[in-house]
Ligand binder design. Structure first.
Ligand code: IMP
Length: 429
């Protein structure tokens, strides 16, 4: 069995795009299983740059892409993205893209609620992408969400809209935001129906067939373990489970067949949005990492907060996420630093912790405990074997492997696809 599940091991933006693209080129199907158009990555293929949010990356490589039931789909965003990549020459048709008929739809009112609530939170805002992700998942568990399959049933749409609007218009009015009108929403959904429904199907059946036929399936996670709604830095998290286990639920697939679980981690650490970040740097080194690493959000363009590699945090992500190997990205950004620090635990009000506790005040009070390693004067940029790396860079990677209790399976040393040192082929399990 040769499947691979890829998840982020920090707070997102670990450089999944390049790795997923490389893996996608070797897979038969690529499956998204959670999140929505809050995710974003840039893929450079030949002279084209593709910015994907909702579409599985495999499409760029001509592979079948599947949007699983665990994804929240904004039809407007999806259709705009399809139009955009089609204009760049990609084929997106029911032969190359399938969407779970039971996936949840994001409506304009979800974005409106998301933004109105963030505004009401003021200082305590989560820093969401404002795209309605959280409110859409809330509607799912509240059993009132509109699903892709409902687009084929105007009566169901009408009935569900009544319930949705009763709930959301009350909230919106309470927050002082504009309310929504039923007929306009219904007309909009009915207009989307003929463009979305041709992609809809029970994707679990296709995935089961693919599994039995021995096809290679890549499960493409979005966001990252520290943004997981259960295991992340709650409440500063996204609203879905980002751990590998959710690939089974979010696609309707056998948990035993998810294959090798690959976690992506930057050689340092970044975060967008609010929330605890114990190893954050507010100094010249933090600014330098941000500049050299071009740390700006793909979706929102926000500058990312930067800090030292947090091994305590990634170790936690390895354990709760089921990560079997790490892809370490952007090590070249650390080139030329005199010394490097790795966070190995936290001091919280005088007590030492080897993990980040769950309580909010404890997380906010966590001070990093660092181990210091020498930097390197040589370059790791573009290295394609361990032999090409400075000795201190190898030492840094080896020490991280010990601390996080997982091997570094792949090391990414630059933006090009070939700038990669592979220790083990994840598809070989
Ligand atoms: P939401 O997913 O829009 O509800 O945002 C919740 C939190 O997750 C915020 O801190 C966002 O910045 C963060 N977030 C959501 N998607 C991504 C992503 O793809 N990369 C990094 N952070 C993300």
């Amino acid at each position: 069995m040769a499947n691979v599940t890829v998840i982020g091991a920090q707070w997102g933006d670990e450089g999944k795009g390049k790795v997923v693209d490389w893996l996608a080129s070797r897979a038969d199907l690529v499956v998204r299983f959670q999140g929505g158009h809050n995710a974003g990555h840039t893929l450079v293929v030949g002279n084209q740059t593709y910015k994907l949010s909702l579409l599985p990356s495999g499409l760029v490589r001509g592979k079948m892409g599947i949007i699983g039931n665990g994804v929240v789909v904004d039809p407007e965003a999806l259709l705009a993205e399809i139009d955009r990549v089609r204009a760049q020459g990609l084929t997106v048709s029911p032969e190359t893209l399938r969407i779970a008929e039971n996936a949840i739809l994001i409506l304009p009112l979800h974005g409106a609620i998301d933004r109105a609530r963030e505004a009401a939170r003021g200082e305590r805002k989560i820093g969401t992408t404002g795209r309605g992700i959280g409110p859409a998942y809330e509607d799912k568990v509240a059993r009132r969400a509109i699903r892709v399959c409902d687009l084929a049933e105007p009566e169901t749409l009408s009935m569900k809209l009544d319930e949705l609007l009763l709930h959301h218009n009350t909230l919106l009015a309470g927050l002082g935001a504009e309310t929504f009108e039923k007929q306009a929403l219904l007309d909009q959904l009915l207009a989307y129906a003929p463009r979305i429904l041709p992609f809809a199907e029970p994707v679990w059946e296709r995935l089961d067939e693919a599994r039995r036929a021995g096809k290679r399936i890549l499960f493409e996670g979005a966001q990252a373990v520290m943004l997981d709604v259960d295991h992340g830095t709650y409440p500063f998290v996204t609203s879905s489970n980002t751990v590998a286990a959710n690939a089974a639920t979010g696609a309707g697939f056998a948990p035993s067949a998810l294959g090798f679980v690959l976690g992506i981690a930057k050689a340092y650490c970044t975060r967008v949005g609010s929330g605890p970040f114990p190893s954050e740097l507010h100094d010249e080194i933090g600014r330098r990492l941000g500049e050299r690493g071009r740390e700006f959000g793909t979706v929102t363009g926000r500058p990312r907060r930067c800090g030292w590699f947090d091994a305590a945090l990634v170790r936690q992500a390895v354990k709760v996420g089921g990560i079997q190997g790490i892809v370490m990205t952007k090590i070249d950004i650390l080139d030329g630093l005199d010394e490097l620090k790795i966070c190995v635990g936290y001091d919280i009000n005088g007590t030492r912790f080897s993990h980040l506790p769950a309580a909010m005040q404890a997380q906010a009070a966590a001070k990093p405990i660092y181990e210091t390693l020498p930097g390197w004067s040589g370059s790791t940029m573009g290295a394609r074997s361990y032999a090409e790396l400075p000795a201190e860079a190898i030492k840094y990677v080896r020490r991280i492997e010990e601390l996080i209790e997982a091997p570094v399976t792949l090391l990414s040393t630059g933006p090009e696809r070939e700038d990669t040192i592979m220790m083990r082929d994840p598809f070989e399990g």
